[in-house]
Design a protein around this ligand. Sequence first.
Ligand code: NAP
Ligand code: MG
Length: 477
Amino acid sequence: MIEGKNFINGQWRTGDNATPVMSPAQPSERVGSILLSTQDDVNAAVDAAEAASIAWKKFGMVARGNHLFQAAEALEPIVDELAALAAREMGKPVAEARGEALRAVAILRYYAGEGLRSVGDVIPSSNAQSLQYTTRTPLGVVAVVTPWNFPLAIPMWKVAPALVYGNTVVLKPAEWSSLTAIRMMERIGALFPQGVLNLITGLGSITGEALIRHPKIRGISFTGSTTVGAHIAEVATANGVKYQAEMGGKNAVVVTADANLELAVDSTVSGAMRSAGQKCTATSRVIVLSEIHDLFLDRLRERLTKIKQGNPLDTDTYLGPVVSASQYQKVSDYIALGDQEGHLVVGGVHQTREATDGYYIAPTVFDQVQPSARIAQEEIFGPVVSVITANSLEEAISVTNGIRYGLSASIFTQSLHTALQFVEEVEVGLVRVNEETAGVELQAPFGGVKASSSHSREQGRSALEFYTDIKTVSIRP
Ligand code: NAP
Ligand code: MG
């Protein structure tokens, strides 16, 4: 069992201010403990990262890439263990968590390969004698602040590019998913020179806050809620620190009359119910064209009644618990609100178990929801779907866009014309045709618009934009 510790300057440090981690599937079961780190711990981690920075920059991209390759090799043999730990710590079904662990390994390999790719351009100079080109410089010490819903992949998709492009890192994982971060660090931390990669656990409001305000931090990469992201943006802007914030979503699926219904239903179920709806890209609104509404709803109800909900450690579990008592309460409150704002089709509070037996929420669908209803506007982050009826494609697109968020949206249609109109008019960072709203490819840019993002992108080559500055060089012989 992992007991509270931080990884600072190549060493594990314990402390006496640990707090227990309890399982969301069995709230009386203790899974381990984490430290609630203080300003002193943050200072020690940032100082170590700063001291390591100069030598790490000089290592060069190829050598840094090799370190990431070794990290991938070190994580791969323990993907099953990591998946089980994530399942116990934050409730993600183990089969899903295993896919995420493999993704973390693949991300490390991808960015290991980045160590071999070019980073600049040769640009003509008005002085024919001069050589003008761009190169990239690392930011320095980067603070990485991550959410709990992808405990394996999100830390890696930030840490890996930060490191290969020459930054040193202090990672502060979410309180509800720190054990998986500690276990990954046990395997990979010591593969890097002392101080290059540091991990501190603790509360966002104390440890996270101290980290993002630390004067030696030169970059902040954050994923989490829009409220905290907006706060980080303010702090970073005031301090002149480069930042990126990937935040909440309220993602819609549009089902047109000519849709492949089977595919639309399957993708809605998977998009809405995988990870118990706790994905930034989860499907939480379904906008159905009126001609196909009744048929779609019948099929959706039928599918949802067959979903296997249960212990996240069982390999055939589809829907596990939500992450915590407070999320259980928050989602339950939205379901109670849904009884006023819509018509319950499946699930609801009466089918949901008591919190003492695990934070299980029944898969829930509300029909006849108005686009302006709170359950159709606010991020619920649970296995809850609002169905909205539209009378035309134009109305469906306008409802899709009529929210503050802009992360992901899907349309199900057989018509190329309809698909292209949707792709063009929808206000999101990720648009999908005949595919579910959730789904991220590590080699493609990922991020949102509006309140979902600071308009930067992560993953693929986009990471180069965030984790480096451009240096323009002109040389006259
Ligand atoms: P959160 O509450 O915003 O927390 C995210 C991280 O920020 C956690 O590590 C948290 O620590 C920390 N934090 C909280 N307050 C802070 C502060 N004042 N200063 C510095 N750090 C602070 O989000 P969450 O509940 O973990 O995650 C769910 C949210 O993430 C959802 O809104 C979801 O849509 C979003 N998300 C977005 C993406 C994307 O790529 N767009 C991907 C996944 C999730 P604690 O855990 O200790 O509070
Ligand atoms: Mg939180």
